[in-house]
Design a protein around this ligand. Structure first.
Ligand code: PEP
Ligand code: MN
Length: 335
């Protein structure tokens, strides 16, 4: 159950609600998103919720049977919209495109990609500066200095940034340079990191774990929402399966199912989802038809020379063609 509080509730009202919850053996958490305040309550399903409805300070009550509550569409029907400022929004409407290299490599590389994005009217650039790599000998990113350069070039050109945060102690250093924090697949259940990001008022894109279920993904999002961060997106990026013809198995089902189960925007990552460059566009289009609110994919001026994920990265021509197809696709027919 979620109890939504009135804007003008008093401390006295809150204590009365808490007492009643405790009396009825509910475990509850007070959540403040900065816009509204709630009690998220876990307890008896059979109880008559009207006993709370009459209490002062209560605005509305919702029965939510899902394990996750605040990210559930049982609670909120209206889709969440992420507002990045300057008129750039994600969710409920147009398909958002986020594109860029797997890793930020140099100022020249960033400038070339920014020019490609500006030319194609894409407003959000991805690019890792802290890279999770399977081998310790692989390129692990340019770090904070790289992020500062990435941010400077993008801001000069009106482009927003999404980049991966890998651990707790990077958050404070990164926050001023980032528009969206990305939580990577390997950190999808790093609950301490999720707690910290939940305490921010900054958008977060949460990737599905390499072997993560949708329930686990939604619970991880709930970690952040329950700390008050309501600017969240879910990302399908392929899962590990028995199939080894391609890097990962992009789970198209997940797009449709997450759209139904949650009010959060759902973003598709076809680059990691299939891991082979020539299949990326068709998987991107499929995700769009399935109802994705956005796409995040890898593009590089010279993919063959990319320092990470070269095999799944599009060149500018392929990227431009994909953008054009995505924009001319009759999505409305499918929704
Ligand atoms: C990435 O976006 O480059 C990345 C490492 O993604 P994932 O966490 O999905 O593997
Ligand atoms: Mn990558």
């Amino acid at each position: 159950m979620i109890i939504q509080l009135k804007q003008n509730f008093s401390q006295y009202d809150a204590s009365a609600i808490e007492n009643k919850l405790a009396l009825n053996k509910f475990v509850f958490l007070h959540v403040d998103t900065g816009k509204k305040q709630y009690y998220v309550c876990n307890g008896k399903h059979e109880i008559d919720l009207r006993i709370f409805g009459g209490l002062k300070g209560v605005d509305d009550i919702f029965r939510v049977t899902d394990q996750y509550k605040l990210v559930s569409s049982q609670w909120r029907i209206e889709p969440t919209v992420i507002d990045l400022g300057d008129g750039i929004k994600i969710g409920k409407g147009n398909l958002s495109i986020m594109a860029g290299p797997c890793a930020i490599e140099s100022e020249d590389q960033v400038e070339q990609i920014v020019a490609h994005l500006v030319k194609n009217k894409v407003h959000i650039m991805r690019g890792g500066v802290f890279k999770p790599r399977s081998s310790p000998y692989s390129f692990r990113g340019l770090g904070l200095e790289g992020l500062q350069m990435f941010s400077r070039v993008c801001r000069n050109n009106g482009i927003k940034i999404i980049t991966e945060v890998m651990e707790l102690n990077q958050v404070d250093d990164m926050i001023d340079y980032v528009d969206i924090f990305q939580v990577g697949a390997r950190n999808s259940q790093n609950f301490n990191l999720l707690d910290a990001l939940g305490g921010l008022r900054k958008p977060v894109l949460l990737k599905r774990g390499i072997s993560g279920t949708l329930e686990e993904l939604l619970q991880s999002a709930e970690y952040m929402y329950s700390r008050g961060n309501d600017q969240l997106m879910l990302c399908e990026r392929g899962i590990r399966s028995f199939e080894n013809t391609y890097r990962n198995t992009f789970d198209i089902n997940a797009i449709a199912v997450l759209k139904e189960k949650s009010h959060l925007p759902v973003i598709a990552d076809p680059s990691h989802g299939v891991g082979i460059r020539r299949y990326v566009p068709v998987i991107a289009l499929a995700a769009s038809v399935a109802g994705a609110d956005g796409l995040i994919y890898e593009v590089h001026p010279t993919p063959e020379l990319a320092r990470s994920d070269a095999q799944q990265t599009l060149n500018f021509e392929e990227s431009a063609r994909l953008i054009e197809k995505l924009r001319s696709f009759p999505i409305a027919v499918c929704n």
